[in-house]
Design a protein around this ligand. Sequence first.
Ligand code: AMP
Ligand code: MN
Ligand code: MN
Length: 321
Amino acid sequence: MTEANLDYTPLAEALSAASTIGVVGHVRPDGDALGSMIGLVLSARAAGKDAVASFGEPFVVGDEFGFLDLEALVPPREFPKGLDLAIVCDTSARDRVGSVVGRVESAGTVGVIDHHRTNGDFGDVTIIDSDAAATTQLVYRLLRLLDWPVTPQVATALYTGLVTDTGRFQYSSTTPEVHTIAGELIEAGAVPATVGQSLFEEVPFGYYAVVANVLGRAVLEEEIGLVWSVLYKSDVEAADIPPTATDGLIDLVRMAAEAGVACLLKETAEGVLKGSLRSRGIVDVNAIAGALGGGGHHNAAGFTIEGSPEQAIARVRELLA
Ligand code: AMP
Ligand code: MN
Ligand code: MN
């Protein structure tokens, strides 16, 4: 377990030396993974490098990220083999790189930039800081060290990671430095209203029915401080919304003041559930997710499990006790 590698120089030197650079984030990338890879690639291009971003299948980006410069991305099959340098961002473990992992590992050097309590089992050159609020915070520090351009589109991408991973600047990870960087990114051209409207103020109407179903079937187990619910594939199909539109549901499920831990089980295929766990701070949900083969952070973690929702919750209950 490597929780810290705060020396930026080796990765900065690798970036300077490389002519061809690829950047990937974890599968089903969130705002921080997308922001990190797009921000780093756009800045590298502006610095004269041949750079491209990608992530493992399914190669889908939600409409809410339409304000980002998605031109930086290519499908995983088009991610070049044998690059000088491939960098993996915001990814807690090698298996979260997904289908692009072979192409990434065919690069001359593999870099890692991350803020998870990661296994430290991959990457030749790493920057790992589990105190950082977002991976884009680390990318920003790296770009400043390199003195690479922070164009308005780079700033927008990096700002997106800060906003999403801090829950709009309100989680405990929101330090003075986070606000300072956010301010510098706004000065560089990020527009908070554009990012915020698209990410938090617009949903397809069909989402209302999904919210009603998920909150309607939520269960509070007050004696163990757990609130949980299930999202079925059929909920998403009936509402005709993209699967990526359900990423914010856990933020509704976890609002019950009676519960210190929340769990949302999303059915991804017949008999397969993706669990999202959130803690108010006392319980380490990373440990629970880890015991179930997943991972994440102290207050936000995830795992994949086979079986019924009742069986999955029974495991979570056991680990909570
Ligand atoms: P999520 O519940 O998908 O929003 O994920 C919460 C946090 O846990 C994020 O930091 C994810 O990167 C991490 N995470 C989610 N699923 C997994 C998994 N299967 N393995 C490792 N980390 C995960
Ligand atoms: Mn992420
Ligand atoms: Mn992150």
